[in-house]
Design a protein around this ligand. Structure first.
Ligand code: ASP
Length: 296
């Protein structure tokens, strides 16, 4: 049977978390802005990688999301960020962790993609950003009074399928509030917080990073897609393992696109801000919670 490949599609998330009523509009607006920006990239015939980077850069700019500007503070009151990007064409990975003083961690990850190394940490990641003239900033400017209460998960992420049939996935986060200095969660780790493979699909997660990593969540979701499961169901099955491994507070959310163009998401956190745009849509759909989820 021949399936016609659908056109391009982009799905993004603003973190598995609880959204305070006062933050709902900012979440909705930010997700809509980022999805629309990434959607324009795909509509122009550009790559899934470009769209994922573009959407995440918008989210990193907005203080309501815990990534880039507005990142959570660690136990020492500092900001250490992580980001990861994966190119499904050849399964290449660029990721940074415990990076400080850069405005767009996702763009540092993007620049690392063609290199042999897949993950740079701390000083080395900052040195790499400097060497490649990526935008540096002072920690003060990444702090924001407008940042959310900062106790909850809030990583941002995106998955895109471009009109050439290529898939990319990305994540960016300020990590968890009050975490140990040097702590690394799932977000920059391929197979945990993200994965992309043109043959199968792409996925990006948010939530309890240690637990997500312990069950290799992204690779498990990809394995289920490979068996033909639809993305929403594959995600639901994997997320259901989180409490068993990490305790009842271990929650998360994920977005995915299959190589066949099927799109899905799911979460077991109170909220999960999601934006979706695909070929033929004039503007993105935006959902903040399960009660609003109409498509999986
Ligand atoms: N997964 C991220 C981490 O553990 C947190 C989040 O999703 O907000 O660093």
């Amino acid at each position: 049977m021949t399936e016609t490949r659908p056109g391009w599609a982009l799905i993004i998330h603003g973190g598995a978390k609880e959204i305070e009523p006062g933050d709902e509009q900012a979440n909705r607006d930010g997700i809509r802005e980022a999805a629309a920006a990434g959607g324009r990239v795909l509509a122009d015939g550009r790559s899934a990688l470009d769209a994922v980077e573009c959407a995440i850069r918008v989210l990193e700019t907005l203080p309501v999301f815990n990534a880039g500007t507005g990142s959570a503070l660690n136990a020492a009151g500092g900001i250490e960020m992580c980001a990861g990007l994966m190119d499904g064409r050849h399964r290449s990975v660029g990721a940074v962790t415990v990076i400080q003083d850069v405005r767009h961690p996702i763009s540092v990850a993007r620049r690392l993609l063609p290199e042999k190394e897949i993950l740079l940490a701390g000083e080395g990641a900052l040195l790499f950003a400097r060497e490649h003239n990526l935008e540096l900033t002072l920690e003060e400017s990444l702090r924001s009074d407008a940042a959310p209460a900062q106790q909850e998960h809030d990583t941002v992420g995106a998955v895109a399928l471009d009109s050439h049939g290529h898939i990319a996935a990305g994540t960016s986060t300020g990590g968890l509030t009050g975490s140990r200095v040097g702590r690394v969660g799932d977000s920059p780790q391929p197979g945990s917080g993200l994965y992309a493979d043109d043959r199968t699909g792409g996925v990006s997660l948010s939530g309890d990073g240690e637990t997500i990593a312990r069950i290799a969540s992204a690779s498990q979701i990809i394995a289920r897609l490979r068996l033909g499961e639809e993305p929403g169901g594959a995600i639901e099955a994997v997320l259901s393992e989180l409490p068993e491994v990490g305790g009842e507070d271990a929650d998360g959310g994920a977005i995915a696109i299959g190589a066949d163009g099927r799109i899905g998401w799911n979460h077991n956190s109170p909220h999960f801000a999601v934006g979706l745009i695909s070929e033929g849509m004039n503007e993105p759909g935006v959902w903040l919670a399960k009660s609003e989820d109409t498509q999986r």
